[in-house]
Structure formats: C-alpha cells, structure tokens
Design a protein around this ligand. Structure first.
Ligand code: GUN
Length: 278
C-alpha cells in the first residue's frame, strides 16, 4: 500500500460492489437533489452526484430553485416523502440565508435522508443503532478499513465538529473502540492535541491549516478539507510538510473526495432497504 492513499482506486472497488447490489434490486432507485440559489461549488457537487448515479444506474432528479420560501421547500419535500418512486432525498447545503436549514432537513423522511442529517438519524447513530449515516464519514471509515488501521485503543484526534463529518466520525470511531479526542476552533493548544494522534482526521475547511509539526511521526493522516484557491484545490493539511512524517496520508484532490459520492450511492441502496422493511 502506497503512503499516499489512492481514493480513486478504492472508489472503483466500492462502486463495482455497489453496482452489483443495485443490479440485484428489482425496483429502479431514484435520488432527488434539491438546490436553492446560486453556489458555484454546489453546482460542481451536484453535477458529480448526477454523473456517479447515472454510472451505477440510479435515476437522478435535480430540483433547482432560484428562490423559494421555507414553507414551499418543506411542501416540496413532503411531496417527495410521499412519492414511492423516490428512494432518496438530499438538500444540497448551504441553503441561502433566511431559510432555516434544520427545519428543512428535518422535514425529510428519515428513511429517505441519504445525507443522514435528520435528528432521527443522528440520534440513531449516537444511540448505537446507525441507519443512514453521513457519506463523507463513511468514506473516511472505509479508507481506514482499507489500510487496516488498528482503531481499537488508538488515539484518534478529529479536528472539526461538523454534522456532516466530525460528529458522525466520533460515533463511528467510538463503535470501533478508538479513544477519540475532538478539537475545534476554540480548542486551546491544538498542536499539543494533534501531535498525540495515532490517527489524525482533519475537517475544518481551512487551507493547509495543519503543519508538519502538528503531526506525530508515523501517524495516519486523513485530510477531509476541500479548499479552492485561484482555481486549485488544497486540503486542510500542508501536504508537503506532513507527507515526510506520516505513515499514510490522503491527498487533496484524490483522497477522501472520491469516496464521498461513492457512499452516497451506498446510502441510496440502504434507504431502499429501510423503506422495504418499514
Ligand atoms: N455540501 C457540501 N457537502 C455536502 C454534503 O455532503 N451534503 C449536502 N447536502 N450538502 C453538501
């Protein structure tokens, strides 16, 4: 296994597996992505989601609104909740100001919430009965599994406490008996914490925030950051400084990124089975 983890290779392996699962399902799966307002990054993410869905045979519907009220949005979602041809619903974030994101997200049926962001799915994860779990967190766990990272008893430091990445990772890592420390923007003496990590996971959205001296020798470094600067992508870690010290590192681009949409596909399949059971 190379020191620089190849997320694209792992994506191909997992997508082949998920495509087989989809072929064995007698119904057609359908993902609806809702986007509100103009956001160039969201346009790219939605296009990528469409491409991967089409590749594996999932129907993709993109509902894009220049402007819509919160009530109207909730009513659109209610229609999709009641439409048995819709397997998964995803509201692309961020939503424009003036719309309460939590209200909108929690109007999605937990059985169709492929982002795993509704209160019910977050509660299920933290009470030890995970159902639909945010796909980036699942992608990180699949990378750790693929390199045979020994999680039990390891010191894992997660930098970032977002609902999409940091928080679900805490729950998933605890399930594997890791010793988890969560750091965030108010953490005092961050370097002291990160330099204790056997496994360092960084998801803060701050270009090259983690320098070489933040990292313990031979640590595993998972960089979840995607930061655009002058048309180029950067991670949350200063790759050139960190790569010489660590055992493994995920590059940006080409590390965690490719696994995110891959696990969205996983979640559409999971959502289908949850609805069948219900
Ligand atoms: N915006 C950036 N990443 C994500 C994601 O994983 N899900 C949603 N809904 N919006 C995003």
């Amino acid at each position: 296994m190379d020191k620089v983890i190849n997320g694209k290779l792992l994506r191909e392996e997992k997508l082949a597996l998920f495509s087989e699962k989809i072929k064995s399902i007698p119904d057609k799966l359908k993902l609806v992505v809702i986007q509100v307002g103009e956001n160039a990054a969201s346009d790219v993410y939605v296009r990528n989601k469409r491409n991967v869905c089409e590749r594996v045979g999932i129907l993709f519907k993109h509902l894009k609104y220049d402007s819509i009220t919160e009530d109207e949005l909730v009513s659109v979602i209610s229609g999709l909740n009641n439409d048995s041809s819709v397997t998964g619903i995803l509201v692309q974030l961020p939503l424009p100001e003036g719309i309460n994101t939590e209200n909108v997200i929690n109007s999605i049926s937990p059985l169709k919430d492929v982002d795993g962001l509704t209160i019910k799915n977050v509660g299920a994860l933290f009470s030890g009965k995970p159902r639909l779990v945010p796909c980036t967190a699942l992608g990180v766990m699949s990378i750790l599994d693929n390199i045979d990272a020994n999680l039990e008893g390891s010191n894992v430091v997660v930098v970032g406490r977002s609902k999409l990445v940091g928080l679900p990772l805490v729950a998933l890592l605890l399930r594997e008996n890791a010793t988890v420390t969560v750091c965030h923007s108010k953490t005092v003496n961050l370097k002291e914490k990160t330099s204790q990590a056997d496994i360092l996971i960084v998801a803060v959205g701050n270009k090259e925030f983690i320098k070489g001296d933040f990292v313990k020798k031979d640590a595993i470094v998972i960089d979840v950051g995607i930061n655009r600067d002058s048309g180029k992508l950067y991670g949350d870690c200063a790759f050139d400084e960190v790569v010489g010290k660590c055992k493994y590192i995920t590059p940006v681009p080409g590390g965690v990124g490719p696994l995110t949409i891959t696990y969205l596909i996983n979640n559409v399949i999971e959502a289908y089975h949850l609805q069948k059971k219900d």
